[in-house]
Design a protein around this ligand. Sequence first.
Ligand code: ADE
Length: 495
Amino acid sequence: MTSEIPRKGLLMLLVALGLTKGGVVKASRDQLVNCTCENPHCKKPTCQGAWCTVVLVREQGRHPQVYRGCGNMNPELCLGRPTEFVNHHCCYRSFCNHNVSLVLDDVDPHLPLILGPVLALLILVALGALGLWRVRRRQEKQRGLHSDLGESSLILKASEQGDSMLGDLLDSDCTTGSGSGLPFLVQRTVARQVALVECVGKGRYGEVWRGSWHGESVAVKIFSSRDEQSWFRETEIYNTVLLRHDNILGFIASDMTSRNSSTQLWLITHFHEHGSLYDFLQRQPLEPQLALRLAVSAACGLAHLHVEIFGTQGKPAIAHRDLKSRNVLVKSDLQCCIADLGLAVMHSQGSDYLDIGNNPRVGTKRYMAPEVLDEQIRTDCFESYKWTDVWAFGLVLWEIARRTIINGIVEDYRPPFYDMVPNDPSFEDMKKVVCTDQQTPTIPNRLAADPVLSGLAQMMRECWYPNPSARLTALRIKKTLQKLSHHPEKPKVTH
Ligand code: ADE
């Protein structure tokens, strides 16, 4: 287990001139500095931000790694929490993150070579000390967390026996009442033990960072202050609904902190190395089998959201309202999971209860169904929201289909309606194309050549009926895709 890495063998960060916390001149919010960018998400060797970052991180089973980049959100984020796994430094001058020396604390470069018996003796003593240290460290950790957590410490104690502390913690039965989350006190404790490592996404919503919690990667979505309602809504849904499903992004914790006069809103979830389906499709063309795997798994996620499950382990029906390839993540097993419940609405038939929330945000214009664009949607009817999800899901299927290789042919990634509206289309741009001209994306001809993918093409058409109630249901989409993916493979022609 990684938590057993000796404290004495920890990393020491020798920070170059200009990086020391005392001697920095903070840039104002609008003063941008150039920084060295060295992490897997850098598009160029430099980036621009409000400050520069250097993060030294040791992840489970890996060697320590240095990440350099830019920080942009609230300057309070610079207060990285040094732990045995992460050291986090920020600085405020151009390229101040460039020249940083890193050494391991446990290696003494002047250590003389000592002859056999002395060395053997030292090793024995070290092993003994390490054993003792492990026991003490485990006790210390339990004590630290226990004093903070009271009753919830029991879960943490149980979790320390496994490989993934987070996995065990979340698998334990002790969650927030009926929700998917841990008890609130545990959520806060976990959140405050997370160190931010690298920024993996940025948008109007805020930023997504890869964080590290006791050496395990987690995703931290930091909401911009203007999108606080999305944080409230997503937090509410995860904490009130039992939403653990392979194809729904796994929730870990929500946290709100106030420092000085600013509020920071964090949502901590599982981290998925491949990023969003949008990112994934840009990077690689798909063999039909993979395309179907992505489509089926995303459909399973949507069907699970949409279905109401009765009973004590039940859930209300949920409509997403902002489905798009950027809100679908690709997991390491190449199944998708659905993310971003900030706009979701819930419905319970039993109690005939429709909870629309009060988020002023609207869905992404490019993915809006015709009835949303012409404002004919019946906002008091829950089914209407599911039908708009199905429209958007059809567009996601189209994005997947374009990137699927059939008879050696594949197209570049394009967003839906790329050839009909400008970048960042306005509501009116979309309305003209989708409502007035009744256009839908062009389905690639080559799909017709494949018995499975022609089924996918037909499914898209049935997601895009102008009459919302005529569209397929998520459950039908899931079942049809499952059937298509079990279609016997065409025998390979050999010469
Ligand atoms: N981008 C947005 N959310 C993410 C997550 N949970 N993991 C990886 N990349 C993401």
